[in-house]
Design a protein around this ligand. Sequence first.
Ligand code: PMP
Length: 396
Amino acid sequence: MQLSSRLQKFNEPETLKMAKLGRELRAKGIDVIDLSLGEPDFDTPAHVKEAAIKAIHDNWSHYTPVAGFLDLREAVCVKLKRDNNLDYAPENIVVSTGAKQSLANTILALVDEGDEVIIPTPYWVTYSELVKIADGKVVEIRTTSEAQFKITPAQLEAAITPKTKAFLFSSPCNPSGAVYTKAELEGLAGVFRKYPDIFIISDEIYEYINFVGKHESIAQFTDLKERIIIVNGLSKGFAMTGWRLGYIAASVPVAKGCEKLQGQFTSGTSSITQKAAVQALTGDLKPSHEMVEEFTRRRKRVLELVKEIPGVKCFEPQGAFYIFPDVSSYYGKSDGQTTINNASDFCMYLLNTAHVSSVMGDAFGEPKCVRFSFANSLPNIEKAWARIKEALAKLK
Ligand code: PMP
């Protein structure tokens, strides 16, 4: 059977693969603690659920406009003004089935064969694969935990070539938890001012899950706004991963390009989800704040627990809900049966020995590290890290 060569160009998400392996062990009756997946373990806020139920009763059951209902695109504009002091009109907004689709639309709308897309490491697994699907070339800028996993303006400028089409990053960052300050973004903006043809794709899906202060969007530098694409969605901040709603805010030509692509791929996202999303974006943010308070407690505890483990170097995340420690001091060690040669071996060892799932850093462009989520209950976090500590103590 001959399938398309396109399928050979990219990998399936490592995050989903690890979750699948965890589920398979669980099906055999093993108590696996999942620290691999990136989704809040909270319920969607009640007022959002009620809006969805009302939408069903009100018969919002038909196809929706490709770019999203007008009231929802207006609600996105209200949110961007309220939270980010940014001025956008509904014509700048395209709603999709998730930030993932928004990123896919954007990359396919911008990138031609051979175009370079600069992505700082570590990055969310999907970024590089979407660029490959678009026949573009990924140009990585390596960051280190010493540099708080952030790039400098000089690093950015050194990565730019005549083929650079776009720069793609997330702040707060999945997997590192790095958060760019206004001054740091201003530094990057200074470089982009010199290169007027480069698009800037700013993934802000973890905006609300920030432990250090105010979220800063690079779109605040309004002279660059025409070529900035903000990607955001409801999955993380409102615990709505399964509802499937993301959006972009972009200049009209980019928005139209994304709408054109989406018109052939999926059409508009679920009518029910869209009606609920209006409530999420314009309604009470208290449930989101309470969720972040709980993440703050877990972050503190997990950082205490990881400090107890010898040879693990851990950057303190400033946002999102992951830790991304450097575990490379374990490479080359063995428990007498299994030798750990890389992050993949490390994750498989933890899955099989400690029954804890995690994701190898290679998938995020950083082979020394492993990502552990703290989107799991405190008792599970305690139990998981006790098991990890015990399993790692056996490696000599
Ligand atoms: N961007 C980042 C950085 C993410 O971590 C995720 C989800 N893991 C997404 C985008 C996609 O989110 P969704 O499609 O659920 O909106």
